[in-house]
Ligand binder design. Structure first.
Ligand code: NAD
Ligand code: DAU
Length: 334
């Protein structure tokens, strides 16, 4: 089987491409990625010379390119997106362009080429903040940021292509991921790398916002199950059912690295900052037999070690992209 993976040079996409090629020797992947600030070919350097992996640098919004690549493929797994909430607040346009319009281009190509599956990788953020309990797949969409609104828009488009055209499409909605190769603008890699450099760790608001952290390889396994056993037209929540406050996470990082809590610096809160995310993953557990394999304590410790052992990777990145954006939002430098 030949699969078109979009966004495979980003954090989750690159972990997934590696996982899938290793697990399924009969599969080939065409990896379409625009290499935005978040895309990085270094994330795939160990796949150099792998004949089953073909990298194509291009935009999912380029319909001629997408149509041509789609002809060669049996299915699409769609990761490509603008993904950082803070960036969507500063400049939403690219989010609408890629997440909504880009997804539409892929849907059209998938319909034309009668792919066996269009797997859309979405997020728990589309449900908005969850004051108590957890969200099931039937709960209403209530996004707070331009990022989550653009993802919600793409989810609705995907669902409409299933209903209207019978496109065999599935949507997954996962909680916060962490692991190797995550761009150091996101909470965990930012805090690890800042702590390693003895720089302040900026905590938004009171630090008591809650996120449900899932190790990236658990997410990859969930996508694998949905790809092979999921039912077209369905939505599957993916989560670890273990909320932690941002302060819990930051203190764990500081403790592991034996750094002082005085590095913590409270800064202005994110506008429309969702207080808590929580999804109910009962459906994927009961119907597809998925269970997370990694505990946060073990996998977060391993993740911290990965960043300790790959300073060149994150230092190259932090020297440019992130600092500029942080200064634009907070008017202060890190
Ligand atoms: P990322 O920002 O690390 O990577 C995104 C990738 O998409 C990059 O390689 C980038 O170059 C590529 N890309 C962006 N615009 C493109 C375009 N127009 N054409 C082609 N490629 C383009 O993102 P991530 O954290 O790996 O997230 C991947 C997917 O998973 C996203 O759809 C995101 O919404 C979803 N998701 C992420 C998380 C998380 O915690 N990171 C959780 C749930 C869902
Ligand atoms: O829930 C899934 C989503 O998780 C994905 O869809 C998004 O693509 C991904 O970016 C992530 O969104 P969050 O906004 O939850 O992740 P982020 O790492 O930006 O922030 C996590 C929490 O930490 C959030 O409450 C904001 C806070 N935070 C973040 C940063 C970057 C800080 O306190 N300080 C920071 O510097």
């Amino acid at each position: 089987m030949n699969i078109l993976v979009t966004g495979g040079a980003g954090f989750i996409g690159s972990n997934f491409v590696r996982y899938f090629l290793e697990k399924y020797p009969a599969y080939s992947i065409i990896n379409l990625d625009k290499l935005t600030y978040a895309g990085n070919l270094e994330n795939l350097s160990d796949l150099q010379g792998e004949p089953r992996h073909r990298f194509v640098c291009g935009d999912i919004g380029d319909s001629d390119l997408v149509t041509q690549l789609s002809e060669e493929c049996d299915a699409i797994i769609h990761f490509a997106a603008e993904t950082h909430v803070d960036r969507s607040i500063v400049d939403p346009e690219a989010f609408i362009q890629t997440n909504v319009l880009g997804t539409h281009v892929l849907l059209e190509a998938s319909r034309k080429h009668a792919h066996r599956l269009f797997l859309h990788i979405s997020t728990d953020e589309v449900y908005g903040s969850c004051p108590e309990g957890d969200f099931t797949e039937d709960d209403r969409l209530n996004p707070s940021s331009p990022y989550s609104a653009s993802k919600a828009g793409s989810d609705l488009l995907v669902a409409s292509y299933h209903k209207t055209y019978g496109l065999p499409a599935i949507i997954t909605r996962c909680s916060n991921n962490y692991g190797p190769f995550q761009f150091p603008e996101k909470l965990i890699p930012l805090m690890i790398s800042n702590a390693l450099e003895n720089k302040p760790l900026p905590i938004y608001g009171d630090g008591l916002n809650i996120r449900d952290w899932l190790y990236v390889l658990d997410h990859c396994e969930a996508i694998d199950r949905v790809f092979h056993q999921g039912t077209a037209g369905e939505i599957y929540n993916i989560g670890a059912e273990g909320g932690k406050t941002n302060l819990d996470i930051v203190k764990f990082v500081l403790n592991t690295l034996e750094k002082p809590t005085s590095l913590i610096q409270y800064v202005k809160d994110r506008p429309a900052h969702d207080r808590r995310y929580a999804v109910n993953p009962k459906k994927i557990k009961d119907e597809l037999g998925w269970q997370p394999q990694y505990s946060i304590e073990t996998a977060l410790e391993e993740t911290i070690q990965w960043y300790c052992h790959h300073p060149d990777w994150w230092k190259r990145i932090k020297s440019g992209a992130y600092r500029h954006m942080y200064e634009k939002i907070y008017g202060a430098s890190l």
